[in-house]
Design a protein around this ligand. Structure first.
Ligand code: DOR
Ligand code: ZN
Ligand code: ZN
Length: 408
């Protein structure tokens, strides 16, 4: 099937495009773009469905570097089907699945089995850094990469033994595989210092090994200042934050739906996250989509599990809070949610609308406000801190690999 996505506002920072125009898809690739004063590629002939999206925003499929799909092991929270449906509904065509499953994704066989189960969108496995995430014996990074893993990560915790982490990063460097780093010193758990100490340690290891280091869910000023300083020396480290960290401070952390790890921080930290989004210290917005059941979240706050869902709110919340409030422009938002994540994955055919790229395209309505209603989510999770928020940026259409993965 061929498509012509007609009349939208095409925004793609990777080719400097921000114009009204049409995109032609043939099979699973972008065949042509035609905009006012801008034309690339051959217009396909034959059987083409024309989809009128006039006035809507058309961008490269979003990429989430950090999700928890809970399958296998915890399917009462989420499973592959609902996780992929939730991603498609949020405009994501690629997501990276953390390995804290049961069994933990720690072998090439488990990576291959998990990767084969993605539905409708691309859901890429991330292998663990150590066997069973026990922190002692490193995994086969090269073997897991060959089986389809996009990165290694110990998410949920840090590898506390520095010598083990250094060896894992050497192996990752050799396999040309990024390390997605949950940074938290056990003895300082939940503090800004704990986040920063491990981030700094692992940036030193990255310098030593040449490993591609990507820092997960950065939430505090102390750590952002350290990353900014490291980047100024030329270290090719990258970092993500999540929407909850630029939306809320710790005064909200009284309800289970506002509990996650790292936790919500001080007002100054929230401001520092926004500043780092603006100045490039942060490279990506990732959700850390972490579904839990109602019983695990709507209990006494101290007993509630860590984690919030995010796939179906990340774009609208980010667009509303960052772009509409004037902190960044739309191009920068697409950079944070698609262009840069593709670069971090070294995926040259995604995060872009250029001719020949994968036909991963999403269409958003950014003109009509709506109220976030968790009962409409495709995810099994209802643990969102954004319930009731009025936002702009409803997904109208998600095309992944040339096929419709979601249509409103
Ligand atoms: O809030 C969190 N939830 N932080 C993590 O590090 C793990 C995640 C989960 O798996 O629920
Ligand atoms: Zn984490
Ligand atoms: Zn996580």
């Amino acid at each position: 099937m061929n498509f012509c996505i007609a009349g939208g506002r095409l925004v793609d920072p990777s080719i400097g495009l921000d114009k009204p125009g049409d995109i032609y898809i043939q099979d699973d690739v972008i065949e042509a773009i035609r905009a006012e004063g801008f034309s690339m590629g051959e217009i396909p002939n034959g059987d083409t469905e024309r989809v009128e999206v006039s006035g809507a925003l058309v961008v490269p499929g979003l990429i989430d570097l950090h999700v928890h799909f809970r399958d296998p092991g915890f399917c009462y929270k989420e499973d592959m089907t609902t996780g992929c449906a939730s991603a498609a509904a949020g405009g994501f065509t690629t997501v990276c699945m953390m390995p804290n499953l049961k069994p933990i994704t720690d072998t090439p066989q488990l990576v291959a089995a998990l990767g084969a189960r993605a539905e409708g969108i691309r859901a890429l496995p991330i292998g663990s850094v150590t066997m069973g995430q026990k922190g002692a014996e490193i995994t086969d990074a090269a073997g897991m990469k060959a089986a389809g893993a996009c990165a290694i990560s110990e998410d949920g915790r840090s590898v506390m033994d520095g010598a083990v982490m250094l060896r894992a990063m050497e192996a990752a460097a050799k396999a040309d595989m990024p390390v997605f780093d949950h940074t938290e010193d056990d003895s300082l758990a939940g503090t800004s210092m704990g986040e920063t100490v491990i981030a700094v340690r692992d940036m030193l290891f990255a310098k030593e090994t040449g490993c591609r280091l990507h820092l997960c869910h950065i939430s505090c000023k102390l750590c952002l200042d350290a990353i900014r300083a490291a980047k100024a020396t030329g270290l090719p480290v990258t970092a993500e934050t999540g929407p909850h960290y630029f939306m809320f401070d710790k005064s909200r952390a009284t309800h289970g739906h506002f509990k996650m790890n790292p936790p919500l921080r001080n007002v100054e930290d929230v401001q520092a996250v926004i500043e780092a989004i603006k100045d490039g210290t942060l490279d990506a917005i990732a959700t850390d989509h972490a579904p839990h059941s109602a019983g695990e979240k709507l209990c006494e706050y101290n007993k509630a599990m860590n984690g919030v869902i995010g796939l179906e709110t990340s774009f609208p919340v980010s667009y509303t809070a960052l772009v509409r409030r004037g902190h960044i422009d739309l191009n920068r938002l697409i950079e944070l949610m698609s262009t840069n994540p593709a670069r971090i994955l070294k995926d040259r055919s995604r995060g872009t609308l250029k001719v020949g790229a994968a036909a991963d395209i999403v269409v958003f309505d950014i003109a009509t406000p709506y109220v976030i209603d968790p009962s409409t989510f495709k995810s099994k999770g209802r643990n969102t801190p954004f319930e009731g928020m009025e936002v702009y940026g409803k997904t109208l259409l998600t095309i992944s690999g040339g096929r419709i993965a979601y249509r409103a």
